[in-house]
Design a protein around this ligand. Structure first.
Ligand code: 2PG
Length: 248
């Protein structure tokens, strides 16, 4: 039996401003830094002591992991990072205001782009100021793997090789593993773990900064579907807030 702890980064500056973010490397807001520290305190209070940490290559996740680990006195832990844990690439919506997009295109189109399983937003142009083409951190990524937009199904496809090849081996021997990532890359992982169907996953939202704990059986399947948030009351409220983004 192993324990998997999923931690969505704390509130980012663009979360606070209501902008689609995706692969844009936006920092945490002051409130997000505090959420990350609180996430670390919750881990400590629950006596959860990970052996290894995985993060995306975006600073809102790497900084959340650092702040949480500092609070839990675990800064010595080994950390691995991968673009495969990055947020969903939001295509041409990156940098756009959610409320304005909803107003301009209507609720249905807005929700298709935001939460449908297999319809990606329009692609971002390579010369767009919010494109990541040419960013040094993706220099090793073969150009055919570099996304210009992604739907959640695309995120599942690029995240799963990392799950199987890197996270699962770390979970063996009953270890505890912390994954600090993003709303949609964690939705992709939860979809896989809980076997959620494409329609149901549209209604699943993950709050910032609250650890979600899965006890896994010998097949790395959850013993309790959906796992458990370390602060279920706060999670409930924060999930509603994520769901309602874009509604002024
Ligand atoms: O903008 C984004 O990258 C994501 C997460 O903040 O937004 P949403 O929850 O709308 O998918």
């Amino acid at each position: 039996m192993a324990t998997l702890v999923l931690l969505r980064h704390g509130e980012s500056v663009w979360n606070a401003e209501g902008l689609f973010t995706g692969w844009v490397d936006v920092d945490l807001s002051a409130a997000g830094e505090e959420e990350a520290r609180r996430g670390g305190r919750l881990l400590r209070e629950a006596d959860l002591s990970p052996s290894v940490v995985h993060t995306s290559v975006l600073k809102r996740a790497t900084r959340t992991a650092n702040l949480a680990l500092d609070e839990a006195d675990l800064t010595w832990l080994p950390v691995r990072r991968s673009w495969r844990l990055n947020e969903r690439h939001y295509g041409a919506l990156q940098g756009k205001n959610k409320a304005q997009t909803r107003e301009e295109y209507g609720e249905d189109q807005f929700m298709v782009w935001r939460r449908s399983y297999d319809t990606p937003p329009p692609q971002i142009a390579d010369g767009d100021p919010h494109s990541q083409v040419g960013d040094r951190r993706y220099a090793q990524l073969p150009s055919e793997l570099m996304p210009r937009t992604e739907c959640l199904a695309d995120v599942v496809d690029r995240m799963l090789p990392y799950w199987y090849d890197t996270i699962v081996p770390d979970l063996s021997e009953g270890r505890t593993v912390l994954v600090a990532a993003h709303g949609n890359s964690l939705r992709a992982l939860v979809k896989h773990l809980d076997g959620v169907d494409p329609e149901t996953i549209a209604g699943l939202n993950i709050p910032t900064g609250i650890p979600l704990v899965y006890d896994l059986d010998e097949d790395f399947s959850p013993r309790k579907p959906g796992g458990e948030y370390l602060d279920p009351e706060a999670a409930k409220e924060a999930i509603e807030a994520v769901k309602n983004q874009g509604k002024k």
